[in-house]
Design a protein around this ligand. Structure first.
Ligand code: FAD
Length: 444
């Protein structure tokens, strides 16, 4: 994971530590591989119960199985609780005959049979800790939240996003105050290139466990109950949470979900292997300002809007470069604050039309897409300051400005900023043919 997410994690732990201290308790952070850590501390501290979040990611499933084995051996009880998702995804799958395939429509139908998710666990209060002994100060110091320097995480270029429950709750409350906005929220109408997020920006907090999705779900339900009209899934805010749930459900029952090979729901495509082109995309040097501005925001801040994710994912895969979605997914995994096993892979398969989404003839144009919502290119000027003096008519395609105009803008294309790495029209036409072929062959 990248430096930004490390910082976010450490800030989240600091915040948790601070909040627990206020309740008269304390957080002890133990570093190391879980097995030796448990073996050592279970005996040393006479631990009788270990609790953990139930997860669908294979790494955590294996961890849980190993911890249960250790529990049998060392004599502690293991409690695994479903808290990261709205439902226990096994219940959804059971009603779907035990496994995917599962469409979003069918998924919504199953949820209607299940009813509302379990109510969130209430917040902890001081009396919850009355029976606990506060650890002595020496112990607390020994197991304090590590600093970035302890973990050799670079300190420069901090993201404007700050980790922790306190920040997450503040962001949640701010959005929920505007009940009209919440009730009429329609995802496709939100703006990918606004200078501040046009959606809630809660994903890093859900992803890191700072904020409960069930709290959010119920707060939304209360607002909907008071509104005359409100938007509905798939485009409503609650609908967004259900997309999250949908990907968790499918991922939990699909082998090799983050890979193409051996993944039964994923179209098998011979993508190009091209390290140089991949590097250009990753480092914001494609020569398309809209794409490069998004990749710069991702690298500098760790969060980009959903439709901005659409734009760069389509460009890398079926749109322009014909490079595997797995490569893009890995870059997102490193750079996103909200990086998530199931949601990331699910959306990459979607955008590359490898699974879930089949209107593959709709390819985003790296020039026109961003222009619709930001014709002056303020977003590009912010993230690519080298282009900031171009007149608006050139900001999305500066290579079309004359030499004189480029000189006036203080940026010569091919020297200070790259030429576009592909001819979009030719590349996307060609890729569309490839995609048709793949689909026809696999259909046969
Ligand atoms: P809002 O629109 O405010 O939605 C509220 C919450 O609903 C989000 O916080 C998120 O938890 C959930 N949500 C929203 N959209 C989706 C979606 N399409 N799929 C699943 N859950 C959704 N989201 C991640 O959390 N982690 C990822 O690793 C991730 N990778 C992505 C990769 C690609 C290629 C694409 C196209 C999308 C990806 N998303 C990912 C989904 C989505 O872009 C983000 O969840 C959303 O933009 C986060 O911003 P927000 O909190 O303002 O969302």
């Amino acid at each position: 994971i990248g430096a930004l997410r490390w910082h976010f994690l450490l800030q989240s732990l600091e915040d948790l530590q601070k909040n627990l201290c206020q309740l008269g308790s304390c957080l002890l952070v133990i570093q190391g591989e879980y097995e030796p850590v448990l073996r050592d501390h279970v005996q040393k501290w006479n631990i009788t119960q270990v609790t953990l979040d139930a997860e669908m990611e294979p790494f955590y499933k294996e961890m849980e199985a190993n911890i249960r084995r250790l529990g049998d051996e060392l004599g502690f009880e293991v409690l695994s609780l479903v808290g990261h998702s709205l439902y226990d995804t096994k219940r959804i799958l059971d009603l779907n005959g035990g496994a995917p395939p599962l469409t979003y429509k069918r998924f919504l139908h199953i949820l209607s049979l299940l009813g509302d998710p379990e109510v969130p666990v209430r917040n902890l209060r001081a009396e919850d800790f009355q029976r606990c002994r506060a650890p002595d100060p020496g112990l607390a110091e020994c197991y304090r939240v590590p600093l970035p320097v302890d973990l050799k995480i670079p300190l420069k270029n901090l993201s404007p996003w700050r980790g922790g429950e306190t920040e997450g709750l503040q962001r949640l409350e701010q959005h929920l105050m505007d009940q009209g906005w919440v009730a009429s929220f329609t995802k496709p109408r939100t703006i990918p290139n606004s200078l501040l997020p046009s959606t809630t920006g809660l994903s890093p907090y859900f992803s890191m466990g700072c904020l409960s999705v069930r709290t959010f779900f119920y707060r939304l339900s209360n607002i909907y109950a008071q509104a005359k009209h409100h938007s509905l899934p798939p485009v409503s805010l609650q609908g967004q949470l259900l997309w999250r749930e949908f990907f968790y459900t499918v991922a939990s029952a699909t082998p090799n979900f983050t890979k193409m090979a051996g993944n039964p729901i994923c179209l098998q495509i011979s993508w190009y292997e091209d390290a140089e082109r991949l590097h250009k995309w990753k480092t914001a040097q494609t020569g398309f300002p809209w794409i490069d501005a998004i990749m710069t925001q991702l690298r500098q801040e760790g969060w980009i809007h959903h439709l901005a994710r659409h734009a760069v994912a389509c460009f890398l895969t079926r749109g322009d470069l014909w490079i595997s979605w797995e490569e893009g997914m890995k870059v997102f995994e490193e750079l996103l604050l909200d990086a998530d096993y199931s949601i990331n892979a699910g959306n990459w398969m979607w955008l590359s039309a490898s699974a879930f989404f089949h209107q593959y003839t709709r390819i985003f144009c790296p020039v026109r897409f961003g222009k619709r919502t930001d014709p002056e290119g303020q977003y590009i000027r912010k993230y690519l300051p080298i282009l900031k003096n171009f007149p608006s008519k050139y900001i999305y395609e500066p290579w079309t400005a004359s030499e004189e105009e480029q000189k006036q803008a203080g940026c010569i294309i091919g020297q200070d900023y790259p030429f576009p790495m592909v001819n979009h029209k030719e590349a996307s036409d060609h890729n569309l043919q490839l995609m048709k072929q793949v689909r026809e062959e696999q259909h046969r």
